[in-house]
Design a binder for this molecule. Sequence first.
Ligand SMILES: [Zn+2]
Length: 361
Amino acid sequence: MMSYSLHLGRLFGIPLKVHWTFGILILWIFFRNLTIGGGSSQALWSVFFVLAIFVCVTLHELGHALAARHYRIRTRDITLLPIGGVARLEAMPEKPLHELWVAIAGPLVNFILAGLLALLVRYRPNPQDLEGIMTITGHNFLFNLLMVNLWLGLFNLLPAFPMDGGRILRALLALRISRHRATRIAATLGQLLAIAFVVLGFFGNPFLVFIGLFIFLGAQAEAEFVEAQWLLSGYRVADVMMRQFPTLQLTDTVQDAVRMLLNSQCRNFLVLNDGEPVGTLSRDEIIRAISENKHTAPIEEVMNTHLLRLSAEQPLPEIWKFMQEDKHLAPVFEGQQLVGVVDPENIMEFIMIRGAELKTA
Ligand SMILES: [Zn+2]
């Protein structure tokens, strides 16, 4: 989803990207307006208008990002997609009131923009040119931008988690009940609304179909994540780590790794040098090396050297967060001593077992 994006620069230190499909949107609007007979100046006004909308969308996302920064949460980047913008925060604030502010900040920006535009706009549409208002001209440009900002603010306030309104709802619920139950309720409502969007979209606006799918999957992913965090709470790395695990030496070759892969149940291997972990090698990395004809290459050339070093005492919810990003095997230490390994599948199994236990309890 986030790949194939063009880097536009930085805003307040946050990378701003635009997805390639955005180019299609601009071309589509240009040619559509040409063909409906407005001429090229009309088509250019429409493109200019869409770009102005996306400036507003960027400011909306920036609102979230700066509110999050206030609570010391960093934003990885802001990406513009044809269906809107996404600010990827490194974490979601866990305190309900903080989440509330971060969620409100986006729509608030649109309402402020609408207010500022209202001061500038001279144009007032007559009831009889409501038809004409759909065609963007220099005349009604600012007025339409004002309306779009009102619409953006209101649309985002719909309680369709993980949209802003849904986050606000979860935050409000979480003031009263536990966060994971609040998430469950908000996500269920979000998915119901998402289905309604898709159905409505089929009868009219195709963008609504995409937005619906986006919300549906987003709600699912976040609900699962919060559920997992809850199931893992109170447990430490030591509770799930594997104490017995096969290892490879730095000087072994890819062929040795293949043999090890076939001879064991494991799919991820720790690579040691003098007993010290220096990297990991996964099944996929082994297969890739073979497909590149690197049978006799030393492991050092093909392994992943980015090691996530864990301590046996670390709480699991925290680790699970890291492992969403870095899906590699991680060595576990007690002090300076290597005592085991953990991989994402390990923790996933633990989550499923805990979930099953709670259902029967
Ligand atoms: Zn937003």
